[in-house]
Write a protein that binds this ligand. Sequence first.
Ligand code: P5A
Length: 451
Amino acid sequence: MRLSRYFLPVLKENPSEAQIVSHRYMLRAGMIKQSAAGIYSWLPLGFKVLKKIETIVHEEQMRAGHIPMLMPTLQSADLWKESGRYDDYGQEMLRISDRHGRDMLYGPTNEELITDIFRSHVGSYKDLPLTLYHIQWKFRDEIRPRFGVMRGREFYMKDGYNFDLTKEDALHAYNRHLVSYLRSYERMGLQAIPMRADGGPIGGDYTHEFLVLAETGESEVFYDSAVTDLTFGDREIDYDSVEQCQGVLEEFTSKYARTDETHDEALFNEVPEDRRRVARGIEVGQIFYFGTKYSEAMGANVQGPDGKQSPVHMGSHGIGVSRLLGAIIEASHDEKGIIWPEGVTPFHCGIVNLKQGDEEADAACESLYDALTAVGLEPLYDDRKERAGGKFATMDLIGLPWRITVGPRGLKNGVVELTSRRSGESEELSPEAAVQKIVEIYANHQTGRGF
Ligand code: P5A
């Protein structure tokens, strides 16, 4: 992409409404624009990162054997009356009536809708196990929408639902989700720690939230610092193996890590004192096993091998896709702007032309642009007639992890400059070597092509 043809409305001033750094940088980098409280338009740069995160989530869900689909944002209230949640959900639910006076709602979550789909089409244990998921907009009329996309009213969520014959099978599905979530967050450059939590309006008493530690997080968390040493890494996993998935769950959840809702002071005090931590975290996902809560209320039964009908065992599993942009920025930024992890960066590298209009510099930039594009990478070429300082400031603000700087002086010696946004370190090398290096860096990151 050439910056002169892109739409990147960066702001010079700090927007006064933004209280935390991720919100401030998302506005300043021209990623989002508020349309109403807690409701945002996703401008091209924000949309691009949103889609990269969504792609990672899709890839990891499909790798785990979960099946993508799409349900609508608007739902009929009837299903929610069946489950009993129409009244329970209170004012967080946006209720609408259509021209015929029928009660509708903008879905805050989809347990009812998916249970209805299941009961209409599945009746036998032979069709199980089954996990369906979608990535779709949700609406929760939060009392205090704040911090930009972190606590929106309209937000983008991946929600998946497992259907199993027995509790044992459903717990395997739970573990599968835990593993796939660990992989997903790590690909986004994040450490998200599973912590025992509370079921809230979704239900069930077996649930873990995934938390990214950050001072600006809305949840208070208590944990054994040894949990922060755990990484999933690039190990292979067989998602069908009950033992392997259970092993990962035990590895990642046996140390003390809880949100304040389930915190147990006595248990916490058993953690060696020098490892006890009280901190704040951003909840970027939550997994639930709630058994037959919805299937019983809505008559979603399956016939077992013995011919008997019983309510299907279920769980639901969510990732806050739009919230993740905020969480990643909170975890990865400096005073100049965002520092995108390679896995989610909107463009793979920036090209800064120090002297736009100089024949040699322009030609060198064009050829870098073509070489990177030819190998499937997306550079952002700042081809505007601007001062170098302004170009650097924009690149630093929008946070591309790598920048190639091209100027007439360097070109005389056959070199360009490659700079890491994270470390600030630069090296001079030939344009070919710079391209080669970027290619090698991204060979280790499966980033989807953007929009
Ligand atoms: C699990 C999937 C559920 O709704 N039903 C379907 C279950 N869980 S949850 O924990 O309530 O939400 C899942 C994730 O969505 C994100 N999230 C939000 N993101 C932005 N703004 C909000 N107002 C908001 N509310 C929830 C969180 O990341 C949460 O973990």
